[in-house]
Design a protein around this ligand. Structure first.
Ligand code: HEC
Ligand code: HEC
Length: 337
């Protein structure tokens, strides 16, 4: 009898211990994750600066399925950490498989540097964005008021919102916490970065050949995929045949000169983020390169940089090998869950 009570007490003790462990979390450090030392400082709005409490709340919300109809999907269902926060299907199913979006889920690493969001550039910052997908029928399909109700009924969230923003759970601060978390999703550094830092053996001879081609006027790749993130954040028509439902930046501006233009994506971790392009039409990097080699179709605003390229098969392979060298050496690790 006494022994039995002891066993129960022990179980209760372990349960409490586990609960505490979960609540306190194996947590992020006090200082924010840092970008690579060669990169510019990460911009951050004065009204929503990093704190550990905000980051942890944002991380928990990012993986929170209760924000969706039927508690079915979280942000992470479409932005998968192991895929550099992209999805591995052309278009991701929303909550309850209710509806399909019409675009491919992009990766989110280094998103804090993006001057605007979405393929047509219609969202000015992470703070503006984060709540948009919550109500989308094609995404999380749940009324925001209901999401907030669920959070307000949860003592863990009551505590976390208090610690992060000294407030009750609300739409505004949910968006802010999600923004803090996403801003600090940073690349850990790739073989290419090691090469730039002086380790000449970090890239194979094939990848080095691909790098030379990538930055050459023969291919023109770096005309748009420029800078430390391999994106000029410009909007270009790269000769992808137009699909009825998606006129690109035209959706935002209504200007014919913006038809079929899409934001240049970063190429960091591109080996992990397929399928490719705004609609996920290409499954592999080989298909992407074949598109560029042929020069694309005669679309309304096709860039002059996109034209048939005279590349041998081994040169195409070298470029693909270079693109693989942009994958982070240390994969992203969740600090929570
Ligand atoms: C059902 C899939 C799905 C879910 C769930 C989802 N997203 Fe997305 N997300 C997408 C797609 C698709 C796009 C690209 C939209 C576009 O470009 O028009 C996107 C774009 C984004 C972008 C802009 C990226 C860029 O490069 O401009 C951010 C930031 C983002 N999502 C964050 C979130 C957050 C935060 C959540 C959870 C609150 C979330 N997403 C939930 C599919 C999803
Ligand atoms: C005129 C500007 C421009 C040039 C030149 C260019 N790109 Fe792109 N690239 C883009 C844009 C814009 C997209 C996205 C298009 C879309 O989403 O529909 C893109 C998409 C990609 C993607 C898919 C990324 C993803 O996450 O879906 C890869 C890979 C890529 N480009 C590699 C290259 C290579 C290699 C070259 C040179 C052979 C090149 N690009 C030349 C602008 C350009």
């Amino acid at each position: 009898m006494g022994q039995c009570r002891y066993a129960r007490c022990k179980i209760a003790f372990y349960a409490l211990f586990l609960l505490l462990l979960q609540a306190c979390g194996p947590s992020a450090t006090e200082s924010p994750p840092q970008p690579l030392s060669s990169w510019p400082p990460l911009p951050e709005p004065y009204y929503n600066r990093y704190t550990k409490a905000r980051y942890e709340l944002g991380e928990r919300l990012f993986f929170e399925k209760r924000l969706s109809a039927g508690n079915a999907v979280s942000c992470a269902s479409c932005h998968k950490p192991e895929r550099a926060f992209a999805d591995n299907v052309p278009v991701s199913p929303g909550a309850g498989n209710s509806a399909f979006g019409f675009r491919n889920s992009p990766g989110l690493l280094n998103i804090g540097y993006a001057p605007y969001l979405m393929a047509e550039g219609g969202v000015p910052s992470l703070e503006h964005f984060s709540v948009a997908p919550l109500q989308e029928a094609a995404e999380m399909n749940q009324n925001l008021a209901l999401s907030i109700k669920k959070l307000q009924a949860d003592t863990v969230y009551l505590r976390l919102f208090r610690a992060a923003y000294d407030t009750l759970p609300s739409i505004k601060y949910m968006a802010r916490a999600l923004a803090v978390y996403q801003r600090y999703l940073l690349s850990s550094g790739s073989p290419y970065d090691a090469y730039l830092a002086g380790d000449t053996e970090a890239l194979s001879p094939q990848a080095q050949k691909g790098m030379t081609l990538f930055f050459s006027s023969r291919t023109g790749c770096s005309g748009c995929h420029s800078g430390f993130l391999f994106s000029d954040f410009g909007f270009h028509d790269i000769g992808l045949s137009v699909k009825e439902n998606d006129p690109g930046r035209w959706r935002l501006t209504g200007s014919e000169s913006d038809r079929n233009r899409f934001k240049t994506p970063s190429l960091r971790n591109v080996a992990l983020t397929g399928p490719y392009m705004h609609d996920g039409r290409f499954g592999t990097l080989e298909e992407v390169l074949e598109h560029y080699r042929q020069g694309g179709e005669k679309t309304p605003n096709r860039s002059t940089l996109v034209r048939p390229l005279d590349l041998r098969p081994d040169e195409v392979q070298a470029i693909i090998s270079f693109l693989h060298s942009l994958t982070d050496t240390v994969p992203y690790k969740k600090s929570y869950l």
